[in-house]
Design a protein around this ligand. Structure first.
Ligand code: 13P
Length: 255
């Protein structure tokens, strides 16, 4: 059985006060949610305050990034210990915006994943192809490189404590969503890569989220796909009702 994990990536949106407000609304709205694991990723600045709001609720706390070193002269960065201390459960790693704007590579993704796992938090490892890569027929090679890079040197036990987010770059923030079939096909391929690395039983136990213009209107169709085990949501996670409209269709599904 795989967990259905639906996480809101708030990106660089919401002040601390706005974050606290939205987190409070979500805690109330998610009270009846039983099966889906719900997580929210505010900015670093709002994490500690939001941690207080979600404490004791069924909303988990996620960070949008992390640095792999423990401490030191790394201006602008936040360590995994700091995240752990305030109760972070999930850490988004390798988001396409990190990769394209801030120099994230498969090697830095791997270092961050190892650090997060060493502190018993769950990395959400983001992968996905650009439109040009898809058009050039490079979908599979891009995903293979990203998955092999992220999991380099990880044991099967460590792999079992990870989540993957497949986010086709062309679907992020564009309003264009991968069709159910396109998404399912990519997810099945990613699972086959995990099976090559760790065997089928491990691969069947790792949750693979879809991300990219997921919204209440398309969530049910995507979540019903065999290999889609949740979502990583940007724009539609910035309001409690639309985020809940994505979470609710996940209830009752078993994977
Ligand atoms: P959108 O849902 O806004 O397309 O963003 C997806 C995403 O990048 C989540 O990490």
């Amino acid at each position: 059985m795989r967990k259905i994990v639906i996480a809101g990536n708030w990106k660089m949106n919401k002040t601390v006060a706005e974050s606290v407000k939205l987190a409070g609304e979500l805690v109330a709205a998610a009270k009846g949610i039983r099966q889906v694991v719900v997580a929210i990723a505010p900015t670093y600045l709002a994490l500690a305050k939001v941690a207080e709001v979600v404490q004791g609720s069924n909303v988990k706390l996620a960070a949008q990034d992390v640095h792999w070193e423990n401490q030191g002269a790394f201006t602008g960065k936040v360590s995994a210990d700091m995240l752990k201390e305030i109760g972070v459960d999930y850490v988004i790693i390798g988001h396409s915006e990190q990769r394209s704007y801030f120099g994230e590579t498969d090697a830095t993704v791997n270092k961050k994943v190892r650090k997060v796992l060493s502190l018993a938090m769950t990395p959400i490892i983001c992968i996905g192809e650009t439109l040009a890569e898809r058009k050039e027929g490079r979908l599979e090679s891009v995903l293979t490189t990203q998955v092999n890079g992220a999991y380099a040197g990880l044991s099967a036990d460590e792999a079992l404590s990870t989540v993957i987010a497949y986010e086709p770059v062309w679907a992020i923030g564009t309003g264009v969503t991968a069709t159910d079939d396109e998404a399912q096909e990519a997810h099945a391929f990613v699972r086959s890569l995990l099976a090559k690395l760790y065997g089928d039983s491990v691969a069947q136990s790792i949750s693979i989220q879809y991300g990219g213009s997921m919204k209440p209107e398309n969530a049910a169709g995507l979540l019903a796909q065999k290999d889609i085990d949740g979502g990583l949501i940007g724009g539609a996670a910035l309001k409690a009702d639309s985020f809940l409209g994505i979470i609710t269709p996940g209830e009752g599904l078993s994977k």
